[in-house]
Design a protein around this ligand. Structure first.
Ligand code: GLN
Length: 387
């Protein structure tokens, strides 16, 4: 038999998704892969029931159904402070996972360099490998996960084709300030670099932090490929609805990549989600209130257990410091945690370029009662996890 591709040998399966399977095996409360255990808004479910009977059930236009793009353009134009053309500046994709891969394949050639902040969401590493690009990692320093401007400029000086910007950031919960985004924007212009964003947590930004779209900064729309999704905003991670917003020139190319990768996102699901895209401001306020409450429950629970942790400014992840438990491998720690304590977590090493073994990531996108159950189980952590 011939060898399988070299490209696929250089990465493993997703540790995040693997931890979901491990959690299921041990019936652990799964706080690893970030998805809610509560229902999407009723209006969206009702619209899905209608779509089940009335359709559409065949392919939508490859770059997204007309009514979906129009509703999305209306919503994002307000947020991004710019009139987005539903017919020329949007491609609807199968989740932001596809959006980012299509963005990478639209802008990079094999051997091109791409800046990735570390810690980073694990897909970005695989995305660079799949598109035969070469990552340049730039560290974000805790506790605020700030970058060092000189280090960032040194990375730009290597003439990367693009920088990947996850804002709000998974896993560290950083929300980039307008000033920080201004620095990145200036460097992107100076070194003629694209910015590929992942903004799936754009509506989960805690007071007093604010989300700024880098595409909305002066001169940045032209070079930014804004990727996001409906997964987190409407609690429909399994629907795989994402999108790219960018200039007409970039979208023309992204449309081709997307068309040959997946043809299109699920037509009945796009139809049902339109009602969500048309929700008023109240919906987003309620969503944020709900996540703020969950964040408070979870952080104060962790504090009473007394484990050192990060404080998320946005998104729904917390990183815990497990140094005191004396494990050499954070993966082993997470497996034992799922088995003995009954809580699923993601080893921090899956997010860092640097060798980091003392952090694990938990998420709090769960019903309050699920969070209380997880906290209850975590209380026994010191007793059950000590080596
Ligand atoms: N973004 C989520 C996480 O980091 C999961 C995304 C996924 O598995 N596609 O856990």
């Amino acid at each position: 038999m011939p060898n399988l591709s070299q490209r696929t040998k250089s990465f493993t399966d997703s540790v995040i998704r693997r931890m979901t399977r491990i959690s299921l095996k041990y019936e652990a409360v799964n706080l690893s892969q970030g998805f809610p255990d509560f229902d999407p808004p009723k209006e969206i479910l009702d619209a899905l029931a209608v779509a089940a009977h009335k359709g559409p059930h065949q392919y939508s236009i490859t770059w997204g159904a007309q009514n979906f793009r129009e509703a999305l353009a209306a919503k994002q134009s307000k947020l991004m402070e710019r009139a987005i053309d539903p017919n020329g500046e949007i491609v609807v994709t199968c989740g932001s996972t596809e959006a980012m891969m299509a963005a990478m394949m639209s802008v990079t050639d094999p051997g091109d360099k791409v800046i990735v902040f570390s810690p980073f969401y694990e897909n970005y590493g695989a995305d660079t490998i799949l598109s035969s690009a070469e990552p340049i990692y730039v560290p974000l320093y805790p506790p605020e996960f700030k970058f060092n401007i000189n280090e960032l400029e040194a990375a730009f000086a290597k003439r990367p084709k693009a920088i990947i910007l996850c804002n709000p950031s998974n896993p560290c919960g950083k929300v980039f300030t307008r000033e920080e985004l201004g620095v990145i924007a200036d460097l992107a212009k100076k070194y003629d670099t694209f910015v590929i964003t992942d903004e799936v947590y754009e509506h989960i930004v805690y007071e007093p932090y604010k989300h700024t779209y880098i595409a909305s900064l002066p001169g940045m729309f032209e070079r930014t490929i804004s990727c996001s999704s409906l997964s987190k905003t409407y609690s429909i991670t399994g629907w795989r609805l994402g999108y790219i917003i960018a200039s007409k020139e970039i979208i023309e190319t992204a449309k081709k990549v997307h068309d040959f990768l997946t043809v299109g996102a699920a037509a009945p699901l796009q139809e049902a989600a339109v009602v969500g895209l048309k929700f008023g401001d109240e919906y987003y306020k309620d969503l944020l209130d709900k996540y703020t409450k969950k964040r408070d429950i979870f952080l104060s629970g962790l504090d009473s257990i007394g484990i050192s942790r990060t404080t998320p400014q946005g998104a729904y992840y917390v990183m815990l410091d497990i140094s005191e438990f004396g494990y050499k491998s954070d993966l082993e720690f997470c497996e034992v945690l799922a088995e003995k304590v009954g809580v699923g977590a993601v080893p921090g090493s899956s997010f860092f370029k640097e060798s980091v073994n003392h952090l694990i990531r938990l998420h709090f996108a769960k019903k309050d009662e699920t969070l209380y159950e997880a906290l209850n189980r975590l209380e026994s952590m010191r007793k059950k996890m000590r080596k």
